[in-house]
Design a protein around this ligand. Structure first.
Ligand code: GDP
Ligand code: IMO
Ligand code: MG
Length: 444
């Protein structure tokens, strides 16, 4: 197990950046983390688990990472899975193997917090059963995320990465937890099909995973604080988006972690006030996977604008392959998300995709039960009832943006669109992305 010595306070010149999504996920955070990684030394995931799907295109090769920080693609960087992440060890091992097979070195440059909680197959079974209730289903990724965080907060059943390194302790723990889980699963199934688990078999399996994880397991909180003191530059890679945040998102149609920068302090041990830059990633339109309110959703059928955007943007979930729901840019939701995440600048991504529509709409307010509102309601039922007030802007139909490398290369309508977003949110746009490749990026 790695160790690091005692730490003091950080230096004033530190660089601590967060890349955070401002919608319902899939804003192209992975691409930006990969790009910005060049200016940092450490990349940290602080929330979520293998529910994320971050696609990174590097040198013509595409990598899909669910659990590992995007920093692992650059062996110069140290990548950290923070204590706020929930770790499914088989996925960890699969992703490490995938990266090694691509010829990229992974060793001591990948660290996992001993405090991170572990996802077990009973979490997935619990989730499967609760998601079969069509009324209460959230449309989750099925990765056991919610039940694992429930166990963490409930304390009685939580098991952490550090526990996988102590055979007797893990066996004792699972012998207590598994019978309880089996009873719970059977109750959820109420006579229907349910998978039950054997504590000793799970112990064997997870001790084996523990051995694979052991070289990476560390007190990452201490490592990160010490790194700050040494002037190392840290990049936080949020999973999901601010509107999926457990506290600030469209509850209950959210994920079970703090996906805004609010999660950094608790999920990594780095105090929030050390953050020097928060980059809010905004897709040029909106997508959502799973259930929940989506006021600007386009439901205009297989020949409609929604489907054109879905096809051009390849809007299918990385984790589950589900078609993503597609809609116009929602400035009401974005103003709220930018405030929640306290962003310093914006990155507008997938702008090239909007070349497929003739006229582009943006939502500037909602009508809810006959009342015009510009605030983002906390109650999902009010959001469900919201009709978007749309403003139509001239598009740049048929003009490909993928070759643009300077802001001036963009058609004037596309420049106006980006400027409008900055104006509405009161935050400058520093980055514009016009394609999945690294070089398809405009830095202003
Ligand atoms: P993340 O979860 O926020 O990292 O985003 P995803 O990786 O789930 O989804 C973004 C998708 O868009 C990925 O397939 C990226 O390769 C791709 N992508 C990223 N930036 C751009 C862009 O500017 N234009 C286009 N057309 N695709 C992009
Ligand atoms: P990235 O990091 C988009 C959604 C699920 C579901 C809800 C809860 O790629 O942006 P969960 O499995 O977390 O309990 O599901 O959250 N969701 C995401 N949607 N991008 C993601 O991650 C997501 N992670 C979870 O679809 O609606
Ligand atoms: Mg994604």
């Amino acid at each position: 197990m790695m160790s690091s010595s005692a730490i003091g306070s950080a230096t004033p010149s530190e660089t601590c950046t967060c890349v955070v999504g401002l919608q319902w996920g899939d804003e192209a955070k992975g691409k930006l983390v990969d790009l910005l990684g060049e200016d940092h030394d450490i990349v940290v995931r602080y929330n979520g688990g293998a529910n994320a799907g971050h696609t990174i295109v590097r040198d013509g090769r595409s990598f899909k990472l669910s659990l590992l920080p995007a920093g692992v693609l650059n062996p110069r960087l140290t990548s950290v899975i923070g204590n706020g992440v929930v770790v499914y060890p088989p996925r960890f091992i699969e992703e490490v193997t995938q990266i090694r097979e691509a010829g990229i070195e992974v060793g001591g440059n990948l660290m996992v917090s001993e405090r991170a909680h572990v996802v077990f197959p009973y979490h997935m079974e619990e989730e499967r059963l609760s998601e079969t209730d069509s009324e209460g289903a959230i449309g989750t990724t099925g990765r056991g995320i919610g039940p694992c965080y429930q166990d963490k907060v409930g304390r009685v059943c939580g098991i952490r990465v550090g526990d996988l390194l102590s055979p007797d302790h893990l066996r004792d723990r699972l012998r207590r937890v598994v019978p309880w889980k089996n009873r719970w699963i059977q109750a959820l199934a109420s006579g229907g099909n349910a998978q039950v688990f054997d504590a000793d078999k799970l112990t064997q399996e997870y001790l084996h995973y523990g051995e694979s994880l052991r070289p990476h397991v560390a007190d990452t909180c201490q490592f990160l604080r010490q790194s700050l003191q040494q002037g190392r530059r840290i990049l936080f890679e949020a999973a999901q988006g601010s509107l999926l945040d457990i506290d600030h998102g469209t509850y209950p149609f959210v994920t079970s972690s703090s996906s805004s920068p609010a999660g950094i302090w608790s999920g990594s041990g780095v105090p929030a006030r050390r953050l020097t830059r928060v980059i809010g990633v905004v897709k040029a339109y909106t997508t959502r996977v799973g259930r929940g309110p989506f006021p600007t959703e386009l439901t205009d059928g297989p020949e409609g604008t929604g489907e054109s955007i879905r096809r051009k943007g390849r809007e299918y979930g990385t984790v589950t392959g589900r078609p993503r729901r597609v809609g116009w840019l929602d400035l009401v939701a974005l103003r709220y998300a930018a405030a929640v995440s306290d962003v310093d600048e914006l990155a507008v991504t997938l702008l090239d995709v909007l070349s497929c529509v003739r006229e582009i709409a943006i939502c500037t307010a909602y009508e809810i039960h006959g009342e015009r509102r510009s605030d983002f309601p906390a109650d999902a039922r009010q959001l469900e009832a919201a009709t978007p007030v749309l403003e139509y802007l001239p598009g740049w139909y048929g003009e490909e943006l993928t070759q643009a490398r300077r802001f001036a290369d963009l058609p004037s309508a596309a420049r106006r669109y980006v400027d409008r977003v900055a104006e509405e949110l009161g935050v400058p746009v520093g980055i514009v992305s016009v394609g999945p490749d690294r070089d398809q990026t405009i830095i202003r």
